[in-house]
Design a protein. Structure first.
Length: 312
């Protein structure tokens, strides 16, 4: 969810555009494009109905970078949204307080100091991704990598400005729904931070290798397409094809970002449902898979969990 906040936080000239080499800057759809998008939208992503105490809520697996046409909910996702009272996101990207706290946390000093050659590699990668290097300089190394990885898909039409969470937040506020954050910026930033300088150096080096050798971009494209195709079987086998578990730092990062956060997300969703409302809980799709995935955790909390298969 950090990634869908990047368009708002990396502003004021941070995206250094040179027309010959840089991808186009994302443009928000016009009212006509929104109407057309909603009218012609297909269902994407992963949707479950969770029922308890005579009421239904929903789990929806999102993707944080997407194509413009994917932002709009299709018929079955739209029905679940309309039937909900509360839109629950990892973080509400349109909440000014969330934006401010995230900006402060992202620029907080870090104990990990990168060797000069690694800092130079980060600067070169920023220039290659059309980001002004000074825009990243104040961020922790982990956040610099998160930013670079997120923006790597723009040449394939995948942009965080089109992230599904961003659309859902805007839709929820526009429809006068209650929009809530299931987590805090501080919790998410802590999950991203590695435990030692050595782990940070290993993590940054591995990620830059993937970016520099061109591997990160097709992986991001594949993740996005798996989401667009609602291919749960392929998503469940993510670790077998993502090539993202190469180092101890990679594995530690994934555990903190997913397994260690999922119980708190499940507890937050359960508390909202227990309050009497119908909740549309939308979080990153990787939170939905495996024995610690949200569908399993909600079933353990006494919910009837049913995956909704889209009519194509």
């Amino acid at each position: 969810m950090l990634r869908c906040l990047l368009p708002a936080l990396l502003c004021g000239g941070a995206l250094a555009q040179t027309p010959a080499d840089c991808p186009p800057v994302a443009q928000m759809p016009s009212p006509g494009q929104v109407q057309s998008g909603l009218r012609n939208a297909l269902d994407h992503g992963f949707l479950w109905r969770i029922s308890k105490d005579g009421r239904s809520s929903w789990l929806f697996g999102t993707v944080h970078v997407a194509r413009l046409e994917w932002m709009f909910p299709g018929p079955q996702v739209g029905q679940a949204l309309t039937a909900s009272d509360t839109i629950a996101l990892e973080l509400d990207p349109l909440d000014p307080d969330i934006q401010q706290r995230m900006a402060q946390g992202m620029s907080a000093p870090t104990a990990a100091l990168l060797p000069e050659p690694l800092q130079q590699r980060l600067q070169r990668r920023a220039q290659a991704e059309c980001i002004a290097p000074q825009a990243l300089a104040a961020l922790s190394p982990e956040m610099q990598i998160a930013t670079l990885m997120t923006l790597a898909g723009r040449r394939d039409g995948l942009d965080p400005s089109y992230g599904i969470d961003v659309f859902l937040a805007g839709w929820g506020h526009g429809q006068k729904k209650t929009v809530v954050s299931l987590e805090t910026p501080e919790l998410q930033l802590k999950a991203l931070q590695l435990g030692s300088a050595a782990e940070t150096i290993e993590f940054v080096t591995s990620a830059l290798d993937d970016l520099d050798n061109g591997q990160a971009r097709p992986t991001l494209k594949r993740v996005a397409q798996v989401w667009a195709d609602s291919d749960l079987d392929m998503l469940t086998r993510y670790e077998s094809w993502c090539d993202c578990m190469k180092t101890a730092a990679d594995r530690s990062e994934m555990k903190r970002l997913l397994d260690e956060r999922n119980p708190g997300l499940a507890d937050g969703i359960a508390a909202l449902h227990a309050g009497g409302g119908r909740v549309f809980a939308a979080v990153g799709s990787l939170h939905m898979i495996g024995p610690q995935g949200l569908p399993v955790l909600m079933a353990q909390r006494g919910y009837r969990v049913e995956r909704i298969i889209y009519a194509r």
